[in-house]
Design a protein around this ligand. Sequence first.
Ligand SMILES: [Zn+2]
Length: 323
Amino acid sequence: MVTKVYEDIFMINVVLPNKPLKAINVYVIKGEDKSLIIDTGFNQKECIDSLFKGLNELNVDIKDTDLFITHLHSDHSGMAGIFKDAGVKVYAGEVDGRYINKMTSLSYWERFEDSKVLLDLEKDKVTFTEHPGYKYCLREPIEFTYVKEGQGIQVGQYFFEVIDIPGHTPGHIGLYERKHKLFFCGDHVLDKITPNIGYWGTEDNILAVYFNSLAKIYSFDIDILFPAHRNIIKDHTRRINELMIHHKERLDEILNILQKGELSARDVASKMKWSIRAKAWEDFPNAQKWFAASEAMSHLEHLYYSGKVDKRLSEGKWLYKLK
Ligand SMILES: [Zn+2]
């Protein structure tokens, strides 16, 4: 499904089969001889068909495009290899670009075995091979054109500036069009769902990094925020305020759960409220258990760095308790 969302700007709704996210919004900015595509969808047949059907409808040949990847997740970067094979320039931030290339090797995913222990997910018998990020990622490393904060990309009548908005991933980037007050924000701000803020191990307090990136774009003059999933956002300050409240409530919820005693990230996650159809933790699909435990961990780390909880390592897993 293709929708015109602004002058020369189109949105292709690329299906993500059997995923709670349902679809990704791939944006196409039409220029005179070159168009810019923002994000791709998984490296999965249904997604590929869906994207190319949309490009066909728009009369866009991928040979006449540049591709911009907002962040490393496979639903955004999975098809980058197809574009590269067609001779397309693929823009990415250096931090996430390097991750995307590392994700093509099994050793990157084997690292998940360690985080499985840290998060205490061993007892759920989850495996990374069921992780959609693994199943539908790029298969071979590619040469990215790395872009930095403030760098400009001209497409037709639009001049975009690259903006660093880390948090959802360590090197998430977006595109700001100052004159028309447009911002393409990937998964940084979403409506109605909330972006997953997970534990990366590389950042001490990724939730604080995310809050800083929310505060950063709060002050930007933006008329329309174009997110990679669900609804286009007309009032970005309203949505950012809601997200801040959401995480504050999450932090309070976790402090409450820790009154029960010392718990692992997985045990905290299993006691939190999630807006997913499964009734009990045991019914969560494996991938959702990863996301949930990882999200609980980023909040627990934030509480630790805020001095509200203590943590200790026990048999390879982090255990948290109230101070
Ligand atoms: Zn994402």
